[in-house]
Write a protein that binds this ligand. Structure first.
Ligand SMILES: Nc1ncnc2c1ncn2[C@@H]1O[C@H](COP(=O)(O)OP(=O)(O)OP(=O)(O)O)[C@@H](O)[C@H]1O
Ligand code: NI
Length: 398
């Protein structure tokens, strides 16, 4: 299978779909989401609460837990070594230098966390074990990376039962002190790199001894310990005050540029997107409704949802564009309540007859890397043909 894409693509997510099977019914949290992440860039994912941003990130790195399940899609990672390993056994999972992680054994996907992917969250407490020192935990993450890169056939060794896999699992069991002095020193270096003063002393402290901002920095250090190619940062600064937010974001960008890493930055803050990102994906109701370069999406928003978010005069140079409230409610994503039509039609000021059919993702005219899940992306539809709103009633009654 051949996938047209940009030559700098590092990760290509295609039609990723994730459901939660809850007591209230099936929740379509992520619906056929596609995006790509290039080398050395920051991709922003923006959308209102409940639009599926976090579940999209978790799905991409295979961290969805029950009652959730990834039910479809492909996650192509560019990794020549891995592609070489699987070309013989699983040709359908290999395309040039790309491998579809979804088709690889679970153990392989797990082994890629740390050295290929890592993730930081809004709540740093969730990434630390309260009963181990911060330094010890970062050192453990360093060890995982060291073991992985020490072996030239690392991927296979880590995953095909040569014994290393078990060692890897053992090393992250809380309470075991497998970490070497070398890893501990590297942990201190990392703490220093993320701007923690007195890193030698702080390394021996426990998470609760850190302030929120400091623990956030420590979480960045922990995420960097594996030298990941792609870092997913899910609302990494939302819980922090504005000054510290700015510091952490600057830190993230500096490190991203220094290491030539790629970052997927999830936020509901358009100001953060404008300041940080090279490209952006806008999510609504579990779908990516528009994506493209920051300039394309901010200066020429095509989906009425994006237009609404950005306000009437979107401007990439606006220092603080904010999420504009759009009248109506975000759908709850319950499968039984999702309409066949465009999910945004009920709230859309430009809804028209064509919106009664669920829209495909289409290229915006003149820019194949700018897409919108909206009939307006296609100039054969005339916005003047908008129908009156009564056609789209229902679903947002209460
Ligand atoms: N563990 C779960 N069980 C059931 N439903 C879930 C679970 N986790 C997420 N969902 C549902 O999946 C949908 C998407 O949630 P997600 O957390 O990805 O949204 P989000 O865009 O990250 O929102 P926020 O900005 O509030 O973090 C929501 O409808 C949510 O209720
Ligand atoms: Ni979230």
């Amino acid at each position: 299978m051949s996938h047209a894409g940009h030559r700098d693509d590092l990760l290509r997510v295609e039609d990723l779909t994730t459901r939660f099977y809850t007591e209230e019914g099936q929740v379509n949290a992520v619906e056929s989401v596609s995006f790509d992440v290039r080398d050395n860039e920051i991709l922003g994912i923006v959308g209102e609460s409940g639009s599926g941003k976090s579940v999209t990130a978790l799905s991409a790195i295979d961290l969805v837990d029950s009652p959730g399940k990834i039910t479809g899609g492909e996650v192509w990672l560019r990794d020549a070594e891995l592609a070489g390993e699987f070309r013989g056994d699983k040709p359908e999972a290999v395309d040039g230098d790309f491998v579809d992680l979804r088709q690889l054994p679970t153990g392989v996907r797990r082994a890629l966390r740390g050295p290929k992917f890592s993730m930081i969250f809004q709540d740093p407490m969730s990434s630390f074990n309260p009963s181990l020192t911060v330094g010890e935990q970062i050192a453990e993450a360093v060890e995982v990376q060291r073991r992985a890169s020490a072996n030239p056939r690392s991927t296979r060794s880590r995953t095909q039962g040569y014994g290393l896999g078990k060692l890897l699992v053992d090393s992250v069991v809380p309470g075991r002190k497998y970490t070497s002095d070398e890893s501990h020193e590297r942990a201190i270096e990392l703490l220093d790199q993320v701007g923690i003063p007195d890193p030698v002393e702080r390394a021996d402290e426990y998470p609760h001894q850190f302030s929120g901002g400091m623990l956030q920095r420590a979480m960045v250090a922990q995420a960097l310990a594996g030298e990941p190619d792609v870092l997913f940062a899910d609302e990494p600064t939302t819980a922090l005050d504005v000054t510290i937010q700015a510091q952490i974001l600057d830190l993230l960008r500096d490190i991203q540029q220094e290491q030539g890493m790629s970052v997927v930055l999830i936020t509901h803050d358009l100001g953060v997107i404008a300041r940080m990102c090279d490209r952006v994906g806008v999510m609504y109701a579990g779908e990516v409704v528009e994506r493209g370069s920051l300039e394309a999406v901010f200066d020429d928003p095509t989906h009425p949802y994006t237009q609404g978010l950005l306000g009437s005069i979107p401007d990439v140079d606006d220092p603080a564009p904010r999420l504009e409230p759009i009248e109506g409610n975000v759908p709850n994503l319950l499968d039984s309540e999702m309409p066949d039509r465009c999910y945004f039609a009920d709230r859309c000021p430009k809804a028209m007859e064509a919106c009664l059919e669920h829209p495909e993702e289409r290229a915006v005219e003149g820019d194949r890397r700018h897409t919108a899940r909206c009939v307006l992306a296609d100039d054969e539809y005339d916005p003047e043909r908008a129908l009156d709103e009564s056609q789209f009633e229902g679903g947002d009654g209460e």
